[in-house]
Design a protein around this ligand. Structure first.
Ligand code: SF4
Length: 358
């Protein structure tokens, strides 16, 4: 087994135990929720802060971001929004690498997260020392990493990509005769390789949510709803992607749903996206792609356990106490900014959406 396979494999037990120990959201009555919401709204004004939420966090946090002049999107778009906003403090509801990406683009701002324990299996499964050692084995290759990585891994990369622009960037590198080391998501990497034919050496990480979508159960669902369109995020297994009518990032899935003439959509991504999807296509029937069925063994069941750690309670406490701030070493930030800016420049020049990971 190569280093690219052994490290993610060894880390799997650790990732699983972290999932098992995720703190569940506290149950709140409607009155308690309203109380927290009002207190958070007041603190956002008092502290000149803006709330930026990922599509996968709970509906009430997405709704709160929208109703307070904040933003709901994917990680890079969240970071872009924060960089352009006049607020001094960015309150990022999502997972840690999202807070870090916001800090990379907005070093002068305070970045607060409801919890610093919200991780991502792609980030956890790609530790910098091992990944760097892996990259060192291929010195004549370009290191291309997905946005779902730590600031240190970003700093080691030549290019950062999102699921919206990865194909175009890889095609650009191929046209320049470059060979590629890819990390960390194996399914996204495989999808890009299938689409482009690029020579790619791949790290074998995965997203615990998308990895659980199951072909057989999806086929059974498709038989039940033969007219449904199937929209799939490319972090899903190849066999599931093969069944898709559309493959794309979260933002692209929303756009595809809007464009679709089908009245039923089967969607293979975190079910947090259904909050936004149901706003955009209120008349369509939205069905989550199956993660288990008869062979159920899922740990996430189409909802990221770490995204679910963001709650009204820890959001309120972090904002009130100004804790859970994201700090990034300045030298590492400067290094990570190079591939990030490279991606942004390329995407602007090509007129490609830059947003669109996780
Ligand atoms: S859904 Fe997957 S890729 Fe997104 S944060 Fe969770 S584990 Fe990471």
């Amino acid at each position: 087994m190569s280093l690219a396979e052994t490290i993610p494999h060894k880390l799997q037990a650790n990732i699983d135990s972290l999932i098992d120990n995720v703190t569940p959201s506290p149950w709140l009555s409607e009155a308690d929720k309203s109380d927290y919401i009002e207190k958070i709204k007041a603190l956002l004004i008092e502290k000149n802060a803006v709330l930026i939420a990922h599509y996968y966090v709970d509906d009430e946090l997405q709704a709160l971001a929208e109703s307070t002049g904040g933003y709901v999107s994917d990680s890079l778009d969240m970071a872009n929004f924060g960089a352009q906003h006049s607020a001094n403090t960015l309150v990022v509801c999502g997972v840690r690498f999202m807070g870090e990406t916001s800090k990379i683009l907005s070093p002068e701002k305070t970045v607060i997260m409801p919890t610093l324990d919200a991780e991502c299996s792609l980030d956890l499964g790609c530790p910098i020392e091992e990944f760097s050692q892996f990259c060192d084995q291929y010195p004549d290759h370009e290191v291309v990493v997905y946005a779902n990585t730590s600031v240190e891994v970003k700093a080691r990369a030549d290019w950062i990509v999102t699921s919206s622009n990865a194909i175009q960037i890889v095609e650009h590198l191929m046209a320049e005769g470059k060979k590629i080391v890819w990390g960390p998501d194996k399914h996204l990497g495989q999808y890009i390789q299938n689409k482009t034919g690029a020579e790619m050496i791949m790290w074998q990480g995965n997203c615990v949510v998308h990895d659980e979508f199951k072909l057989y159960e999806l086929e059974a669902l498709m038989e039940k709803y033969p007219k449904a369109e199937v929209l799939v995020h490319p972090e899903s297994p190849e066999s599931v992607i093969a069944k898709a009518d559309f493959v794309g990032s979260t933002k692209q899935i929303i756009a595809a749903g809007k464009k679709s003439s089908a009245d039923t959509l089967i969607i293979a991504t975190d079910h947090g996206l259904f909050y936004k999807m149901s706003q955009v296509v209120p008349d369509k029937r939205l069905i989550p792609a199956p993660t288990g069925g008869k062979s159920a063994s899922c740990k996430s069941c189409a909802h990221c356990p770490w995204m679910a750690m963001n709650t009204l309670v820890n959001l309120y406490e972090a904002l009130r106490d100004e804790t859970n701030t994201i700090e990034v070493d300045e030298a590492t930030r400067q290094k990570a900014l190079i591939p990030l800016d490279r991606m942004l420049d390329f995407s602007h020049q090509q007129g490609i959406l830059t947003a669109g990971d996780a």
